[in-house]
Write a protein that binds this ligand. Structure first.
Ligand code: SF4
Length: 420
């Protein structure tokens, strides 16, 4: 924590942290202008496997999004003026490849028809890779879809959690999918769910990704979310710190070419000041998860929400399961006039104020992830979580401490009289 005390870039302000749910929402109050960056579309809630840490409540349902609903989701974006020059569409919240391939041919064409002239749309699929075959590879290539693979490292780590409904490990099928992508020359990144078992195998973990051609790796931690009520990381934070240190050491000594997302974010944040977002007289570091409609999630049936995508559909009497409306009957900005949105927006803003008041990392993080605040602390308006410490604070501390050590060593090399 000694390092953390030096990384506060913006003066802490005292905040009333008052409930202001009655404040009128006006998109014109935001600077830069409010734009949707990520549109997360749930083609289907169904997943063909059954990971034990999954937060999706309806992963047995084979319901599908219709092209008409998907088109409406895009039209609402266009008509509300939320589509900027660039948009990333992420097909997620279920296994996207459980849909017929033809769905994406139609969906991508329809999105281009609605938004094409106005914005450059990048498509991205996060998949468990078990359904990838040559035909999918051809389709992925044809549409230039960015692929993220959900894989937890070596088989012993992966198969402990990522299993089929009848309890069989999926690692071999994932490796087959990754090999096919490589054969077809399709680049992909990976996202791994890290548990305490991973901490003891940092080198084997990293070597796995190196061996299988992954150059970008995101470490998601086993989080308490939705029906997955408790993170296995609780009580293992010292091991997590050692794990982060080891990953950083490997990245720094050149023994791996894998870029670890959290460490790269930290390095970027230290190297340059974060952009800021202004709302009326308030301003805070840019963070899509705390900015209304910067990130919109649309469920297969057209229900939509904003802020953390994990919120949509999770049981909450107070926030109506985080469903703000349905694209078939209502625009995104129309929903901002509802009492439910007012309450949600107020709670998220108060959460940002709590972070600004209490957290040394606020200038880097901008108020974190509302979903984690809710699931860990029971309150969207709260501050620090286990997620903060694993995803944000420790990587930041580790990277900053290493930079300081490297700088001190470089100074000593230049000026030998500084040698201790
Ligand atoms: S979300 Fe967590 S890390 Fe981010 S500013 Fe808030 S308390 Fe700090």
């Amino acid at each position: 924590m000694a390092v953390a005390s030096r990384v506060r870039w913006f003066p802490r302000r005292s905040s009333s942290v008052a409930d202001d749910a009655g404040v009128r929402f006006d998109p014109a109050d935001f600077d830069p202008a409010l734009r949707t960056r990520l549109l997360i579309l749930q083609a289907t809630p169904f997943c063909n496997i059954d990971c034990d840490y999954c937060y999706l409540p309806d992963r047995d349902s084979t319901a599908r999004m219709s092209i008409a609903t998907m088109r409406r989701a895009a039209e609402r974006l266009r008509d509300d003026g939320l589509a900027g020059p660039e948009l990333t569409v992420v097909w997620h919240a279920g296994e996207p490849l459980a849909m017929p391939r033809g769905f994406y041919d139609e969906a991508i064409a329809a999105l281009h028809e609605v938004l094409g002239a106005r914005c450059e749309v990048t498509h991205s699929i996060q998949t468990n890779a078990t359904l990838i075959d040559d035909a999918w590879c051809a389709s992925i290539k044809r549409h230039g879809i960015r692929i993220g693979i959900s894989v937890d490292g070596p088989a012993s780590l992966h198969d402990a959690h990522r299993r089929t409904r009848d309890g069989r490990g999926t690692h071999a099928r994932v490796l087959r999918g990754m090999a096919l992508l490589r054969e077809h020359g399709i680049p992909f990144h990976a996202i791994a769910v890290v548990t305490p078992a991973t901490f003891a195998q940092a080198d084997a973990f990293l070597d796995f990704f190196e061996l299988h051609g992954v150059r970008e790796l995101g470490c998601n931690y086993d989080e308490a979310e939705g029906p997955h009520e408790r993170s296995s990381l609780a009580g293992h934070e010292a091991e997590h710190a050692a794990f982060v240190e080891r990953l950083l050491e490997r990245c720094a000594d050149g023994s791996t070419s894998v870029r670890v997302r959290e460490l790269a974010f930290a390095r970027d944040a230290i190297a340059r000041q974060q952009p800021r977002q202004r709302w009326r007289e308030e301003h805070w570091p840019d963070n899509a998860q705390t900015l209304p409609f910067a990130l919109i999630t649309v469920a297969h049936n057209g229900d939509f929400g904003t802020y953390s995508p994990e919120l949509l559909g999770q049981p909450s009497p107070e926030y109506g399961n985080f469903v703000l409306g349905n694209v078939t009957t209502q625009g995104y900005l129309d929903s901002a006039r509802t009492e439910r949105f007012g309450r949600l927006w107020s709670a998220v803003r108060r959460g940002v104020q709590t972070c600004e008041r209490d957290c040394a990392y606020f200038g880097y993080c901008g108020g974190g992830a509302p979903a984690n605040k809710l699931y860990e602390n029971g309150d969207l308006a709260s501050g620090e979580t286990l997620y903060c410490r694993t995803m944000i604070q420790r990587p930041f501390d580790a990277v900053l401490a290493r930079l300081e050590r490297d700088q001190a060593a470089a100074r000593r090399a230049r000026e030998p009289e500084l040698q201790p």
